[in-house]
Write a protein that binds this ligand. Structure first.
Ligand code: ZN
Length: 517
């Protein structure tokens, strides 16, 4: 949160805070800021104004408040210790080390008169983010107001999505899953945060939007309870802590994207016979469009292997063969490709394409590589926020494609989108898992006789699968970093076998899936 906000600021305000010595001298005559702590005035801290920014002398700030500090004059550094947090500031340096993290600030510290001066705005943000203290500045009274109320839940936001509502609470400390409890009582959904402390008044409000009427927060001794008066009963709800963004997320899953329309319709037309309704639902679920996604392409070669093999070439070849076999097996099914040639496509566009074309299955094709030349075998993944230990390397490798994308494209993957999209997929995950298992079984039948190793079905958080509103899998057809498998994978005959195996697996899934409808 903090970091993103400041990184954003840097883009438009860079150069704004360049030190101006004339202003500095003028500012020296100003008096100090009053420091108030829990209603008591504890002292004053000298400040100067530089280009409208309040800069305060860091060692005085520490002394007045009784915080630890250590200054290294030679290196023009000051370490400030507040609560459990250690902040290391350096003259003219936009990086602040907070414990063992590196953060970027916009207004860089200044070394003058044997001491380090730090922009108040930056210092407040750091203290409010990383310590139990709350620091506010009253500009008209030139007063710094310190409270150690230990507020750790600072704000609440609500976003409405296609299939539900996302409530995010900004937290100044991490929370464990066991400390986040939810319960639904008489139309109120309660989120209880054990160890949470918040401002009841600031969090409570009447909103009356499309899904929530009112929010009521109550601070109890052990926990912060936040009640949401809901307009509709959600299909499911879940609370979790999103470490990447330091937020508690409460998701209300209100309707399946694919079923949203038919649910509403079904309620309107209750006179329709159940048979008719089932028939209509069945046709909506029929697998009439399959999207084949050969991974990587263009400037993104994917994994590199023996015999100068590139992942992007092998998966395109297999993808085209798969399309051919599927057409033969399932002549009524529309086969679409995210790419049919050697072009680069951002990951998010691949599932967007599948969604827009009403794809009913999404098959992403990849080859694996490892530093260990002995690693070998084929495996099939379905999307999950969880990852198997061994899947880590593969997830990192495949998600690396993002580095070839433009900044704009990359921003689409930031933080929240992933968690939410994964949750939104809950409805498809069980089908994706089944699809993965039948495809892996079919690959085993075709590839084990060639001596290739069955690595099984796995799960992991792959960007390319996020956002697909249909069952989807990612197939790693073998290691091109393994000499034997590279030799096999470059052969057209092996590529055909893989494509045929995939086609058989998909056909089996289609039959099972449709007969279950
Ligand atoms: Zn790949």
């Amino acid at each position: 949160m903090f970091r993103r906000k400041f990184l954003k600021k840097i883009s438009y305000a860079f150069g704004f805070a360049i030190f101006n010595p004339i202003k500095w001298l003028q500012a020296q005559s100003e008096t100090g800021l009053t420091v108030e702590r829990d209603g008591q005035i504890v002292g004053h801290v000298p400040y100067v104004l530089i280009q409208n920014q309040y800069y305060i002398r860091l060692n005085d700030f520490a002394d007045v408040n009784g915080f630890g500090q250590f200054t290294n004059s030679n290196r023009k550094k000051t370490v400030l210790i507040v609560d459990q947090a250690k902040f290391k500031f350096t003259h003219d340096n936009a990086f602040v080390i907070v414990n063992d993290r590196v953060l970027q600030i916009l207004f860089t510290p200044r070394w003058r008169g044997g001491a380090l001066w730090v922009a108040l705005e930056e210092l407040m943000a750091l203290i409010n983010e990383f310590t139990k203290f709350n620091l506010q500045f009253n500009e008209s009274q030139k007063k710094l107001i310190f409270t150690d109320r230990q507020i750790n839940i600072t704000s609440l936001q609500i976003e409405h999505k296609a299939n539900g509502t996302l409530i995010s609470l900004t937290a100044t400390q991490p929370f464990e899953a066991k400390d986040l409890k939810t319960k639904l009582v008489n139309g109120w959904l309660y989120l209880e945060i054990v160890g949470g402390r918040g401002d009841e008044k600031a969090l409570s409000k009447k909103i009356n939007d499309q899904s929530i009427r009112e929010i009521r927060a109550a601070q109890l001794e052990q926990l912060l309870s936040i009640g949401f008066k809901l307009k509709n009963k959600p299909l499911s709800y879940e609370a979790l802590f999103d470490e990447a963004n330091g937020q508690i997320l409460l998701t209300l899953h209100e309707k399946e994207v694919a079923q949203a329309n038919q649910t509403e319709k079904a309620e309107d037309e209750q006179n329709h016979s159940i048979d008719e309704e089932l028939e209509r639902q069945k046709s909506e679920w029929m697998i009439d469009t399959i999207v084949i996604d050969p991974g990587h392409g263009g400037k993104d070669p994917g994994a590199l292997g023996y015999y100068k093999l590139k992942e992007k070439d092998i998966v395109l070849s297999v993808g085209l063969l798969l399309g051919k076999y599927l057409k033969k097996k399932l002549p009524d099914v529309k086969i679409l490709y995210t790419r049919k040639s050697d072009v680069f496509i951002p990951l998010w566009k691949r599932t967007k394409f599948a969604n827009e074309n009403h794809g009913k299955l999404f098959i992403s094709l990849h080859c694996n590589a490892s530093k260990s030349r002995r690693a070998r075998g084929f495996e099939t993944y379905f999307l999950s926020a969880e990852k198997d230990d061994k899947a880590r390397e593969v997830v990192l490798l495949e998600n690396e494609s993002i580095k070839f994308e433009s900044t704009d494209d990359r921003q689409k993957y930031e933080g929240i989108n992933f968690v939410l999209a994964t949750l939104a997929q809950n409805a498809f995950i069980k089908y994706s898992q089944y699809l993965a298992s039948v495809v892996q079984k079919s690959l085993r039948k075709f590839l084990q006789p060639l001596g290739m190793k069955d690595r099984g079905v796995k799960q992991g958080p792959f960007w390319v699968m996020v956002g697909a509103t249909m069952p989807n899998i990612l197939v790693e057809m073998g290691y091109i970093s393994n000499k034997n498998e590279a030799k096999m994978l470059r052969r057209k005959s092996t590529q055909s076998k893989i494509a045929l195996a995939l086609a058989e697996g998909i056909d089996k899934f289609k039959t099972d899936f449709e007969s279950a409808m």
